[in-house]
Design a protein around this ligand. Structure first.
Ligand SMILES: [Zn+2]
Ligand SMILES: [Zn+2]
Length: 317
């Protein structure tokens, strides 16, 4: 089958072996796949991943043990835990030590004609959501996950740093949840895409806040992001880190201690929750381009160009 494979450098492979469905797994045909910065990092060697790329996907179920899945349009939690450990039984298996992750860790992804995932990770897409909405379920879930770190009664002003895809989605999520949110970044063109929706935006170089923020999300994707985020987090505030960088970071943590700042890492969220929010969050202003699977290599190159937001790859030609 046709697949976009990372085997040192990402390339289109025409005779990649079709996946075999293990018991409990569903065989899926992608409808639409989104590219994100994680894919770009994996393409550059992050995590040493080898295999088919692609983890943000809306797909049709072709085969499953449970016949009620067959023919359904679904999205998937990308984490495939062992299904038996405490983390898998109590939570979603996002921290299962034996997990594989679709297109990221030990499991072929969705930039191919077929892929497989455990049936328990699948979530049915409501009919009223378009594929263009549903393909955002996974990244929006990651964005919504920052809401889990918000102090419950707080509607204090929030700051999101970084105008990449995840930063924009996070600002959309906080805005939809009723939080007064400011988004800062380096690209006026990107900021303008969501400024129109009533979200406060500012260029980072012009940003001079009168007060520090009690809730800050760092989504710059850059090594310098943590230090600048620390500088604008209020005493006893919360700083949520969304950036994973390939290299290691050197940062002065004294402000964290002095100002008693709570620093939290945040990765994947609940895709079911994201499907619900997608009824009121429209992520389509983030879409920049759409390519067929046969040109998925060019899609990846496009996604890597400066200033690009979401690039999609569709199953149809
Ligand atoms: Zn992603
Ligand atoms: Zn497990």
């Amino acid at each position: 089958m046709l697949a976009l494979v990372q085997d040192g450098t990402p390339r289109l492979v025409h005779d990649y072996p079709s996946p075999r469905r293990a018991p409990g797994e569903a065989l899926l045909r992608p409808r639409l796949v989104g590219l994100c910065d994680t894919d770009l990092q994996l393409a550059r060697g992050y995590l040493g991943f080898r295999g088919v790329l692609g983890h943000e996907v809306v797909a049709d179920v072709l085969e499953a043990d449970d016949p009620t899945w067959v023919g359904r349009r679904v999205v998937t939690d990308i984490n495939a835990g062992c299904g038996a450990c405490a983390d898998c039984l109590d939570a979603a298996g996002h921290h299962c030590a034996a997990r594989s992750v679709l297109g990221i860790l030990g499991r072929d992804g969705a930039l191919a004609e077929r892929f497989v995932m455990p049936e328990r990770t699948l979530r049915r897409v409501p009919e009223q959501l378009t594929d263009e909405h549903a393909v955002f379920a996974e990244p929006l879930a990651a964005a919504l996950h920052v809401l889990d770190e918000l102090p419950t009664v707080s509607r204090a002003p929030c700051l999101v740093i970084g105008d990449g895809k995840l930063g924009l989605l996070t600002a959309l999520a906080l805005h939809a949840a009723g939080c007064p949110v400011t988004l800062i970044g380096h690209h006026r063109s990107k900021l303008d895409r969501i400024a129109a929706l009533g979200i406060q935006t500012d260029l980072e170089q012009d940003f001079a806040p009168r007060e520090k923020y009690a809730f800050v999300v760092e989504a710059t994707g850059s090594e310098a992001g943590l230090a600048s985020a620390l500088a604008v987090t209020a005493p006893r505030g919360t700083l949520v880190l969304k950036t994973t960088t390939h290299g290691s970071i050197t940062v002065d943590l004294a402000p964290l201690v002095i100002h008693e700042i709570r620093l939290v890492g945040s990765r994947c969220g609940d895709v079911n929750e994201a499907l619900t929010w997608l009824a009121q969050i429209d992520p389509r202003p983030l879409i920049d381009a759409r390519y067929p699977l046969a040109r998925a290599d060019q899609a990846l190159e496009h996604a890597a160009r400066r200033g690009t937001l979401k690039v999609l790859v569709s199953a149809d030609a």
